[in-house]
Design a protein around this ligand. Structure first.
Ligand SMILES: [Zn+2]
Length: 131
């Protein structure tokens, strides 16, 4: 079973991407039961060049972190070579948003840079089994 993301979390990502334009926005993704529900901002690096930010990041000991998200200040959500290099070391789910930062202009990738589908989960939906 794959990962999914809460709709409100995706909206937060798209808004932050818009706010930071033309800078890049970058954060870590946190999940519970494979549902991404939280953004973890990287201390001291709220906005800037995501590719530089992720190089500075040392993985926190937090097993809820499942991957990364960053924005591209362009119309391409394709991962760059630098993106692919850090995807491979930083978890199974990576989101890239691109202009105009709407619900159609984001893509998700696995650690190998292959496109994956994230299901959107609405708040209040009786979704998963609780463990
Ligand atoms: Zn990138």
């Amino acid at each position: 079973m794959g990962y999914s993301i809460k709709r409100e979390c995706l909206q937060m990502i798209l808004e932050a991407s818009k706010e930071h334009y033309p800078m890049e926005f970058a954060a870590l993704l946190s999940a519970k039961n494979k549902v991404i529900d939280e953004l973890v901002l990287i201390p001291g690096t709220v906005a800037g060049d995501a590719h530089a930010i992720f190089h500075m990041w040392n993985a926190p000991v937090d097993f809820s972190i499942v991957g990364t998200v960053h924005s591209h200040p362009s119309h391409s959500a394709r991962p760059s070579d630098a993106d692919l290099a850090f995807f491979s070391d930083n978890g199974p789910v990576h989101i890239i948003t691109a202009m105009p930062f709407d619900t159609d202009s984001w893509r998700a990738y696995d650690a190998g840079g292959n496109r994956i589908t994230l299901q959107l989960v609405d708040r209040g939906l009786p979704n998963s089994v609780q463990f």
